[in-house]
Design a protein around this ligand. Sequence first.
Ligand code: CUO
Length: 658
Amino acid sequence: NPTEPSFMPKGEAKAVFDIPPEYLINRYKDVGVQLFDRFGEEAAERIPVKQIALPDLKRILKLKRRDNFSLFIPAHRDISKQLIDIFMGMRDVDDLQSMAVYARDRVNPYLFNYALSVALLHRPDTQGLNLPSFMQSFPDKFIDTQVLNQAREEANIVPTGSRTPIEIPMDFTASNLEEEHRLAYFREDVGLNLHHWHWHLVYPFNGPREIVNKNRRGELFYYMHQQIIARYNLERLCNALKRTTRFTDWRDPIPEAYFPKLDSLVASRSYPPRVANQVLRDLNREQDQVKADVTRLEQWRDRIFNAIHTGVVQDESGNDIPLTEFEGIDILGNIIESSILSPNRPFYGDIHNFGHVFLSYIHDPDHRHLESDPIFYRWHAFIDDVFQQFKGTLPRYPVEQLSYDGVTVDSVTVQSQGTPNVFNTYWQQSDVDLSRGMDFQPRGSVFVRFTHLQHQPFTYNIMVNNSGAPRQGTCRIFMAPSTDERGNPWLLQDQRTMFIELDRFVVNLQSGQNTIMRRSDQSSVTIPFERTFRNLEANRPQQEGEALEQFNFCGCGWPHHLLIAKGTPEGKECDLFVMISNYDDDRVDQDTNVPCNDASSYCGIKDRLYPDRRSMGYPFDRLPRDGVSTLQQFLTPNMRVQNVTIKFNNRILRRPKQ
Ligand code: CUO
């Protein structure tokens, strides 16, 4: 499509590329000039495309335009690495643009989008570019087919300006009769899926080493996904469902059925359903060079468990690498995911990625892995359990390490509207523009209106006594359900994996009494709605300079509207945990004053070290010390637990216009 500048839009103004005739693919060669004239009329700007010596794309083009693209397929990985290398290797931005223009009409669109995004994120000379959101480019990955059809119809019939948003019905993949369906609002949340997509863009497991090798990326793979599961489980408990069960019996039928309602606009076909009681099958797909059987997956698993229990892994030359107290989890993350940083991929394999492949091949020859599918969570619950087994082998934190002498947390209050220590949740409707990812004629914005969870803004009010000289601390805020699915009190060894991180920030403590106030929207976990759906909100003016946002990185961050779980109409009881740890043991000396540094808990900070020296998930990442069986017994004076409730109000409010 010669009209869409693929990565340099300036506001709403249309621009066209002046494409060298050699760049047009054959089917456009004859009509190229007319096309250009037709779209050129509307264009405010013509962008010259420099002609460069073009690399051979033959191997990359083995993945056809209409094929689906999955990084979990080794052959696709190799292809994506080649394309990333090509984009990374371009001498300057002009050459890169030229290459991108050339590739765009030839290369598989998902692959193109992925490789170019990775390159733009990592090239030093493209740090200021703005990109359209992935959701805008590929709405079919996120939105129900029926809604897309309606949107297309609206665009065809109704002129721009008079179009009304198409409402996405809530819970579109099944009826409420099916239990698992109660969680659809979470699994199908577009913001959650965008966060996950961006996370994997920022932390690819494959590609040039300098891109993959980011500070503690293996550990963050473990922690970010651990938190997704913890959050999913809390939502499940709010909906009277028990925690998700690990998918461990790989030879047994899978009871969960799944009926995706998404169609691929690229592949022009729908994703097939998985009926109940399907079984994993050995894979042998020549076309994708995938050959693996379940036995192999089991072999990898056994080797990894063996490494965990002996505390050492072997590299490819047979040398022992110890899984140490702090760095072991990072090595293990790279082994299990696996990434190219795994010290021995031939031996420990590629268990997590292949699990996704096996599961998606059951019903989906296009091997997508859907975050909206319950089995996705069951698989990651298994993966998390492997990590937890390792954490179980580590020394427990002793009291001396957990406490902060002279620092006492006297009280914690959450203030929202109404009763203190009550979080209030409800449904909210928001509009996003889909037009970039769909071929509308005439063009212009088409909005869809979707319904998502939301909470009222709140503030933490924390009273801290410091009996010593002024000093700094890290305030860590977590929350977990107060009881298990049967309503019984927890053993901390079980409750600890249920804690979801809400915030982490540095505090300056004066001598004596301190009052710490912190607003919910400052959370180090989340990004604001506007950032999740960048460029998508209704007619938001594009400000100069804002184009300098760093697209990919900035899109990583838990969606703020899902910070708090849904709760229940009666009020779901939770334990709010606050800890002030000694900043001397936490600090990482570096300048973190860079764009998009505000969602570091799950995403880190671009080009920086992870900004907290403690193990991720601290202090709940390990088993409690001997003699401690409950959360209360775990507490040292610098920690405090406040009982809170999450109250859900079943009404739908429109997002206020800003
Ligand atoms: Cu993010 Cu499996 O790694 O979904």
